[in-house]
Design a protein around this ligand. Structure first.
Ligand SMILES: C[S@@+](CC[C@H](N)C(=O)[O-])C[C@H]1O[C@@H](n2cnc3c(N)ncnc32)[C@H](O)[C@@H]1O
Length: 298
């Protein structure tokens, strides 16, 4: 299935694109955002990161009519080093549209979805060694329970962890779904939704890499340059919200006679997150959980 880009026009508008600027799309995916960025820069340049070889092959075709871009096959946690390798020290904007693309979710071989039977894999970067199968078969009961609780906000995390340990080794997504079905009875939503989210976050170190890239982007952004982040679950959104708040708030005592606090690095553009329109949510159900936050380098 084709990937339908979420918050396309809203994200491009928020990037405040200068036609000669240097932009980074940290999550190329189906290239919907990248294509729109390229349509808005002519003397500028785009660097697009993705760690998924399949996404890159797909995107190359979408972007075949453009020249002023380079695709970098890498985790965006290496943003600074990879751009420095290209001779780039400063950028004018970074876009992150986190999570997975529809073709990753729908690819039966990759184990991201609880709707299809596949190997318990869940790696976005298929060259890395850690898989979901390793986690469920090697973590202790307590480690698993903690993981499901913290990354999945799964209220039955202990019961699920206990059953996993009792029924190991697990090999496929359906081995895991059988267990979540026994515990969660599919009252609301799918029984395995939260556990799958937790495993995916852990396999791909999703929260850690987000913190790393925000810090590097802050360092590299030119004044006026923006960071635009689209998240799909509350853990990611919280990281972005707190990071923007921390870097935009003065740490100095309020009564000091100082006019400018040099530690303030960002201005938050979105006090409240931007959500997709009702029309978009109707048309693309994946967009329902999306939130976009924007900050500008001062
Ligand atoms: C939601 S899709 C992006 C869709 C894209 N904006 C579009 O318009 O088609 C997310 C993409 O980012 C990639 N990705 C997620 N986390 C990444 C990371 N830490 N480093 C590099 N790529 C990542 C995934 O492989 C996936 O292809």
């Amino acid at each position: 299935m084709k990937h339908v880009t979420v918050l396309l026009n809203e994200a491009i508008e928020q990037l405040n694109i200068k036609s000669n600027g240097i932009y980074v799309d940290g999550t190329l995916g189906g290239a919907g955002h990248s294509k729109k960025i390229l349509e808005n820069i002519n003397q500028g340049y785009l660097y697009a990161f993705d760690q998924d070889g399949y996404a890159i092959e797909y995107a190359k075709n979408i972007l075949k009519d453009f020249e002023n871009y380079k695709i970098i096959k890498s985790n965006f946690r290496h943003l600074k080093n990879r751009l420095n390798d290209e001779g780039i020290e400063k950028i004018d904007g970074l876009l992150l549209d986190l999570g997975m693309s529809s073709f990753q979710i729908d690819d039966e071989t990759r184990g991201f979805t609880y709707l299809k039977d596949a190997d318990l894999d869940m790696r976005m970067d298929q060259t890395q060694s850690l898989t979901a199968k390793q986690i469920v078969n090697t973590y202790t009961k307590d480690e698993l329970a903690k993981l499901f609780f913290i990354y999945g906000e799964e209220k039955n995390s202990f019961k699920i962890a206990q059953r996993i340990v009792d029924q190991r080794p697990l090999s496929t997504t359906m081995d895991l779904v059988k267990i979540t079905d026994q515990v969660n009875y599919r009252e609301k939503g799918h029984s395995a939704k939260k556990v799958f989210q937790a495993l995916r976050i852990a396999v791909n170190h999703e929260l850690g890499v987000l913190e790393e890239v925000l810090e590097q982007a802050l360092d590299m952004l030119n004044p006026g340059g923006r960071i635009v982040v689209i998240t799909f679950h509350s853990l990611e959104d919280r990281i972005v919200k707190h990071y923007f708040k921390e870097k935009s708030t003065s740490q100095l005592p309020k009564n000091l006679p100082v006019m400018i606090d040099k530690n303030i690095k960002l201005k938050v553009i979105t006090k409240k997150p931007i959500y997709p329109s009702e029309k978009e949510m109707l048309y693309n159900s994946r967009s329902k959980s999306a939130k976009m936050r924007v900050a500008e380098r001062v």
